[in-house]
Write a protein that binds this ligand. Structure first.
Ligand SMILES: C[S@@+](CC[C@H](N)C(=O)[O-])C[C@H]1O[C@@H](n2cnc3c(N)ncnc32)[C@H](O)[C@@H]1O
Length: 280
């Protein structure tokens, strides 16, 4: 399925800009370099929410042995894992991966440096994080530098989870999502919760241009109740151009939202949804 939560200039689908090329690089430098001018910022807003919900989910005694793992869907280069488990901000990551000093390094050199960089910043309350993304190079990088404990490239929009992901899902207690609401649908979420063996919570930041209701319904069918934080929206990134701004305004209106002061001002915004089992 076509999607473009970041946006870009190498193609267009559904009225939104795309840049698939930066998703499948051997390391995150092109990703941060291309997204910096667009002020892509949703992982920054998700960071405190994901830390809070991960701590709450870890504290829940679900009767299963071992700590529940987080599964970050559309994990890319492990950005949410980096922000969850390390003393680090998204601004630090932009600075690092767009710095001229790192720009000339080979990927192997960068990976070696990043292993040390993240190890030095590892938080004492770090939780196990698995990643799911169709980009094998991005998942490989995140595993190499130690951001992910395990990683998977199954495309659950097209096929069922393979044996490795199935095994991992038995350990998952929390699913997180940023920047993926236009890529993964109820198909992916249904496949994930079908394989769960522990109570699974979901925390997702989803563009206002996309309906999350099919996912809410799929989760409800698995006994999960979803709440929406109506107190605010969270900025995701600037529109690439006037054409995309018009698309965003129309898409938000079509879903019953009000684009004034948000998409009308040239910026995509997200809503934060959290899902938990109906019964504890
Ligand atoms: C906009 S990036 C978001 C990355 C990261 N979560 C963030 O917010 O910075 C979207 C990611 O979704 C991935 N993706 C696209 N289709 C997917 C699918 N069907 N299943 C899993 N990941 C997918 C892309 O490869 C890309 O890495």
């Amino acid at each position: 399925m076509a999607g473009s939560d970041c946006g870009g200039t190498d193609g267009m689908a559904d009225g939104k800009s795309r840049f698939d090329d930066i998703y499948a690089q051997p390391d995150p430098r092109a990703y941060f370099g291309r997204l910096a001018p667009l002020e892509y910022e949703i992982p920054h807003h998700a960071q405190p929410a994901f830390r809070r919900v991960a701590a709450e989910r870890s504290a829940l005694d679900d009767g299963c042995p071992g700590r529940p793992a987080v599964l970050d869907v559309c994990c890319s280069y492990g950005i949410n894992a980096a922000l969850l488990n390390h003393d680090l901000t998204l601004a630090d990551m932009y600075e690092r991966y767009t710095s001229p000093a790192l720009g000339t390094m080979s990927t192997a050199e960068l990976v070696a440096r990043d292993k040390v960089f993240y190890a030095e910043r590892r938080r004492p309350d770090a939780v196990p994080v698995f990643g799911l993304d169709v980009s094998a190079p991005a998942v490989h990088y995140a595993l190499e530098v130690g951001l992910l404990d395990d990683g998977f490239t199954d495309d659950l929009e097209r096929s069922s989870p393979g044996p490795g992901l199935r095994r991992a899902l038995a350990e998952v207690g929390l699913i997180t999502l940023t920047g993926g609401g236009s890529y993964v649908t109820d198909r992916t979420f249904t496949a994930l919760v079908d394989c769960a063996r522990r109570p699974v919570w979901v925390s997702a930041f989803v563009l206002r241009t996309v309906s999350y209701h099919p996912v809410v319904r799929a989760l409800a069918a698995h006994g999960l109740r979803t709440t929406l934080d109506v107190s605010r929206t969270y900025p995701q990134r600037l529109c690439t151009d006037e054409r995309e701004r018009q698309y965003a305004i129309a898409a938000v209106r079509a879903l019953g939202g009000d684009p004034a002061g948000r998409e009308e001002d040239g910026r995509f915004h997200t809503l934060h949804y959290e899902s938990r089992p109906d019964a504890p």
